[in-house]
Design a protein around this ligand. Structure first.
Ligand SMILES: [Zn+2]
Length: 222
């Protein structure tokens, strides 16, 4: 049986493949000019024994090893075959999705991206101020709402809208509520429909998140 696109590793890794941190702080795809400062990454010149040599650019990837590991876990859980009847003890009890792990690990992945977002966007502030703000607003909800307003005069959801992520904004709000209900006594809040929607929107989520990062975390030349 042929694999569907979302059962292939490239569906999950593709949106991040070839992405690096540009000198301006933006996340950029090596195969194109930086979307913020327009630097071209395609060719580099280095001098070897007095001779100018062209070499392809080599950079570390944008994501951390933890991010990569989380994507592998989401992919592995999504792409595995359905449980058979002999695995009855592993099946859900009250209608919660057998693939709820996809959503739970995705949410952890998103929280980790947002930690990176706020640490980077505040890098110009004196360290004690930065640490105080991160401690004072230490939940993801408080950061995307109140901390974002302190820093940028709007909520993170407004940034998502401004970079064309209206559908992603709606999905993340739904996901946050469902994930909280899952943790607080209502595991069926993460339904199969929510899992499928999270998978379907994953490439769009990555593209929108990268645009929101570049909006707030790159240095713009005025
Ligand atoms: Zn740049």
């Amino acid at each position: 049986m042929a694999k569907r696109e979302d059962e292939k590793w490239d569906y999950w890794w593709g949106p991040w493949k070839d992405h690096i941190r540009c000198r301006c702080g933006a996340l950029a795809n090596l195969n194109f000019a930086c979307p913020v400062c327009h630097k071209d990454f395609s060719i580099r010149h280095v001098e070897i024994d007095g001779e100018k040599v062209e070499t392809p650019a080599v950079f570390p990837g944008a994501l951390t090893w933890s991010h990569y590991a989380m994507l592998k876990m989401i992919y592995g859980d999504w792409a595995r075959r359905s449980l058979g009847s002999h695995d009855i003890e592993a099946l859900p009890l009250h209608g919660e999705s057998p693939r709820a792990l996809v959503v739970l690990v995705f949410w952890t992945f998103f929280e980790s991206l947002m930690d990176w977002f706020y640490e980077t966007s505040m890098r110009q502030l004196p360290p004690p101020v930065r640490e105080d703000l991160l401690t004072r607003y230490n939940s993801i909800g408080a950061r995307m709402d109140r901390l974002h307003r302190v820093l940028f005069c709007c909520k993170y959801s407004a940034d998502l809208e401004s970079v064309g992520g209206g559908a992603i904004r709606f999905h993340l709000e739904h996901l946050q509520k469902s994930r909280n209900q899952f943790v607080h006594g209502n595991p069926e809040a993460i339904s199969d429909d929510l899992v499928h929607e999270t998978v379907r929107l994953f490439p769009e989520f990555c593209a929108v998140w990268i645009r929101s990062f570049n909006l707030r975390c790159a240095e713009r030349q005025s």
